[in-house]
Design a protein around this ligand. Structure first.
Ligand code: ADP
Ligand code: MG
Length: 728
């Protein structure tokens, strides 16, 4: 179990008055076990940050007489009668009759196989019920309604308040119970310390923290709840951004980097030899990077751009800037398939350069002539072994290799560069911050470019990568068509039609991917596995086609052989797990089938479909999925409807919320309890500006007015993520 912040604070010696363990607080001692089990809460602070999901107001209630039949309504009433029935062995029905509080009649509520509601709603309980009101067997009935107990027989809470907080609840702990316990905590554990510097509070006209905490749980009206929320949202975002500002300072602080020239013979040749004209976005990115490289402060920049937006050119341009300045460059990819792919692509681009025998001015400007024999590029992966590996490492150490491509094996012991000046990391989200730091130590403070094909909404980039500068390729090379995406649910005829489309594409000399969620068969889940699917396609569906199989942990050589065969057009259909997700570039592939598509994330699906239609022929992507949940359906609908990666990412964030974003824990996004990055974008930018200014002025948060904030940052970000702070 992950230690919560409250527990951390308690351990660190009661810095935080709210760090009291739930088991030790009188109000919660009896509930502590349930709260830990249901929500993972350990301290009073954890529970106080269990914010209401919504509010129930007297105004939104209707009475039975005016309630619209067939619509979802909220009604209040008193439980008059309760029966339990068990018509079948596995079916238990709970039915209650409720008398409308307005005195206009009686209706029924029923629950199936959830008998525990009975004990929460004994006869005499006053509660608000929300659900669809329908006629059933001659009675007005709500099936499985949500409800909020307003008054138990011995308690007078009721609608004394105009507004009642409704909490996320579980089977073991109801919203009403949470409301009462949180109320008791608020009464006995105040006042809450306010860590916000007064000038910021005033600048944004925010209420005090203690008041915000009180009001969010027990608002006099909705407007007050809103003001409380605004204050707490700002707090969450500010602390997160202060953490990022500190990290950024630690990473790119100081001098010690080497200026590189991004205009020189190699980059010139590269641009002159291209078979195409760079897009405006590529030009802009190369210029932004060029400016950074010219400085002695090492660059830390994120290059984000959709699959196919042409990141390779931008990265090679940077690597060549290093080479023509007398340094080495490295490119690090997350998988071997990708490392090989990059190597092949870069080498193809370098082949256009004809530098052998040419001389030019020395990069150091000392007047000597400098001989470029043409940059030497090599690849290092797990497949590089024995004497070949020894030779390669020696050449790297001697500075004979100009550009080294590889997996994170590049970070391992024994890989020593002579003068590493520029590093490109592909697909940032698979590398942690620590690996980034390690990479930087490999070289002589190299400039670092991180590339990602996962489009990130701007608001998220500011929080997730707040410590990096960002360049965006927001434009695809001309002539690209969005990949037509279709969803196929259970219909076997449509599946047959999809296979027919594959045959048609192959007949037109194109190729196809079939992507599966799993490698091996699983008996528990009904998921098509890559291995079984390859077998089935080979023998039953496409006996006349050449079907290959590739998955992540296959032997490196075998994987390489299969990928090469597919590239060379010796295979028609490639069945795979998501090893092909990123970077695989086979322009001749035009159709992709994805099995169990709802098991993939939206950004993953978007990347996957970017693999087809890379050439001039339009791409087609067919998703097989029959999602059971609303969320699943919303996601599948989004991917079929939206072709722009940034828009899709926004939609994904809207559907799933920020806690589920990759890297959420490490980035601190999981600390966001109230803030919603899209809706609260305005506050994201405000908090960011405040945080960066604050850290600029007071890097160690040592000023008296920043001490409380410092404690909060340490507490919230934990030992790992606040390491930059403690260092100072
Ligand atoms: P990414 O890595 O961003 O997914 P790539 O760099 O692999 O994209 O480029 C995708 C394809 O587009 C490659 O075949 C590349 O040669 C081509 N390409 C890149 N830039 C351009 C451009 N400006 N005009 C036309 N084609 C381009
Ligand atoms: Mg790429």
């Amino acid at each position: 179990m992950v230690e919560t912040r409250g527990a951390k604070a308690a351990r660190s010696g009661g810095v935080d008055p709210l760090g009291v363990p739930l088991a030790k607080a009188a109000e919660t001692s009896r509930l502590a076990g349930v709260l830990e089990q249901s929500f993972g809460y350990q301290s009073v602070r954890d529970l106080l940050e269990h914010y209401p999901r919504r509010y129930l107001t007297r105004g939104e209630l209707t009475d039975l007489a005016h309630a619209k039949k067939g619509a979802v309504v909220t009604l209040t009433g008193t439980v008059k009668h309760l029966v339990k029935k068990q018509p079948r062995r596995n079916l238990r029905i709970l039915e209650i009759r409720v008398a409308d509080a307005a005195g206009s009649g009686v209706w029924s509520c029923t629950w199936f196989n959830q008998p525990w509601h009975g004990s929460r709603l004994p006869v005499g309980t006053l509660a608000a019920f929300s659900g669809k009101l329908e006629w059933r067997s001659g009675r007005l009935t709500m099936a499985n309604p949500g409800y909020e107990v307003l008054r138990e027989s011995d308690e007078a809470e009721g609608f004394a308040n105009e507004v009642i907080a409704v909490y996320p609840a579980t089977k073991d702990v109801s919203s009403g119970r949470l409301r009462r316990v949180i109320g008791q905590l608020l009464d006995h554990h105040g006042p809450l310390p306010d860590f916000l510097p007064e000038r910021l509070r005033q600048a944004h006209r925010l209420v005090g923290r203690a008041e915000a905490m009180e009001v969010i749980h027990r608002p006099p009206d909705l407007a007050a709840a809103d003001r409380a929320r605004r204050r707490l949202v700002y707090d969450e975002l500010l602390v997160l951004q202060v953490g990022l500002a500190l990290r950024r300072r630690a990473i790119s602080d100081g001098e010690g980097g080497h200026p590189l020239r991004s205009d020189g013979p190699l980059t010139e040749q590269l641009l002159a030899s291209l078979p195409f004209t760079p897009t405006k976005a590529q030009d802009r990115a190369m210029a932004e990077i060029g400016e950074d490289l010219a400085r002695s402060r090492p660059m830390h920049r994120l290059l984000q751009g959709e699959v196919g937006s042409g990141k390779t050119l931008v990265s090679l341009h940077m690597l060549l800037a290093a080479v023509q300045s007398g340094f080495q460059g490295a490119l690090m990819a997350p998988t071997e398939v990708l490392a090989d792919q990059h190597f092949i692509n870069l080498r193809a681009l370098l082949d256009g350069l004809d530098q052998a025998g040419r001389t030019t001015d020395s990069p150091t400007g000392d007047g000597r002539l400098f001989d470029f024999a043409g940059p030497r590029i090599e690849v290092l992966t797990a497949a590089t072994t024995g004497a070949a590996r020894e030779r390669l490492l020696a050449a790297v150490a001697a500075g004979e290799v100009d550009i080294l491509v590889g997996t994170h094996a590049l970070l391992s012991e024994g890989v020593d560069f002579q003068r590493l000046g520029a590093v490109v990391v592909d697909e940032q989200h698979r590398f942690g911050v620590h690996q980034r730091v390690r990479l930087r130590e490999k070289g002589d403070n190299p400039h670092v470019l991180i590339m990602t094909a996962t489009p990130i909404p701007r608001t998220l980039a500011l929080t997730l990568y707040g410590d990096l500068d960002v360049s965006t390729l927001d434009e695809l090379p001309p002539g690209r068509h969005p990949v037509a995406t279709h969803l196929v649910a259970g219909d076997p005829a449509l599946r047959e039609r999809a296979y027919q489309r594959v045959r048609e594409e192959v007949a037109a000399s194109h190729q196809a991917y079939v992507v599966c969620a799993l490698k091996d068969e699983s008996d528990k889940l009904e998921i098509r596995s890559a291995k079984a699917e390859a077998e089935r396609l080979r023998t039953e569906v496409f006996p006349d086609l050449r079907v290959g199989l590739v998955y992540g942990d296959m032997a490196a050589r075998e994987k390489e052989a299969t990928m090469n065969a597919f590239r060379a057009g010796e295979l028609d259909v490639l069945v795979s797990t998501t090893v092909i997700e990123v970077g695989v570039d086979v322009a001749n592939a035009t159709v992709m089938l994805v099995e169990d598509a709802d098991r993939f994330g939206l950004s993953q699906l978007h990347q996957l479909r970017g693999r087809v239609g890379r050439g001039t022929a339009p791409g087609l992507c067919i998703l097989f999925a029959d999602p059971a949940s609303d969320e699943g359906r919303a996601r599948m609908d989004a991917i079929a409807r939206i072709s722009d990666g940034f828009e899709l990412a926004n939609e994904d964030l809207r559907i799933r919320g920020e806690g589920t974003v990759f890297d959420a824990r490490q980035s601190g996004l999981s600390d966001l309890k109230l803030a919603r990055l899209i809706e609260d974008f305005e506050w994201v930018t405000k908090a960011r500006a405040d945080a960066f200014r604050l850290v600029e002025d007071d890097p160690n948060l040592a000023a008296a007015e920043h001490r409380a904030l410092r404690a909060e940052v340490l507490l919230r970000l934990g030992d790992d993520r606040a390491e930059w702070l403690s260092r100072g």
